[in-house]
Design a protein around this ligand. Structure first.
Ligand SMILES: C[S@@+](CC[C@H](N)C(=O)[O-])C[C@H]1O[C@@H](n2cnc3c(N)ncnc32)[C@H](O)[C@@H]1O
Length: 166
């Protein structure tokens, strides 16, 4: 995760540690993917993978690996466990911010001619916020569960549509 190189001036050859292209993605206030890793490497997610062998012996598609381990689907857990819900929402928001930065900068053509859009299941609205920032003329709405919408940032131009829990 870190680079180590000899200090160029220090004759004693002290090691200097630095960020690599990968670890650079885990620091800073923008495009920081550490919330995604917090979810993926957290106990709740990782524990599912210990059941992978048992899950492969089941008739597909049900239950999901997550449900086999935890006895309920991930959406049920986010509905009832506020701290997991926060972990989950922040992880996906970090992922969306990262991807959307590439989308609006490298694939801006796809937004041409669009005046409004709805991000269905758009979480706390990271994708919509990135689109509005790059293309202020596009009216963006986000539809998600009411407890997710309740934790979305306020004071943005994104319109939120809350729907009942699953
Ligand atoms: C894979 S996540 C999408 C995350 C989103 N793209 C973002 O950037 O954060 C799926 C979303 O679907 C929402 N969801 C789950 N069940 C739903 C339902 N029955 N109706 C509406 N939204 C639902 C979850 O709350 C979650 O935010």
């Amino acid at each position: 995760m870190f680079s180590a190189s000899k200090h160029p001036i220090d004759a004693g050859g002290k090691l200097v540690y630095g960020l690599t292209p990968a670890s650079r993605l885990l620091v800073g206030s923008t495009l920081n993917l550490s919330p995604l890793l917090n979810l993926m490497l957290g106990t709740i997610y990782v524990s599912s993978f210990f059941d992978l062998g048992r899950w492969f012996q089941h008739e597909m598609p049900d239950p999901t690996l997550f449900k086999m381990t935890h006895g309920r689907e991930i959406w049920d857990l986010t509905d009832h466990d506020a701290s997991f819900s926060k972990l989950f929402d922040n992880a996906l928001a970090a992922d969306s911010s990262f991807i959307m930065d590439i989308m609006v900068n490298k694939c801006s053509d796809i937004f041409q001619g669009i005046s409004s859009l709805v991000d269905v299941d758009g979480g706390i609205g990271s994708a919509a916020q990135a689109i509005i920032k790059a293309f202020p003329h596009v009216q963006c709405s986000v539809l998600d569960l009411s407890h997710v919408v309740a934790s979305a940032p306020i004071g943005t131009k994104v319109k939120y549509i809350a729907v009942g829990s699953a």
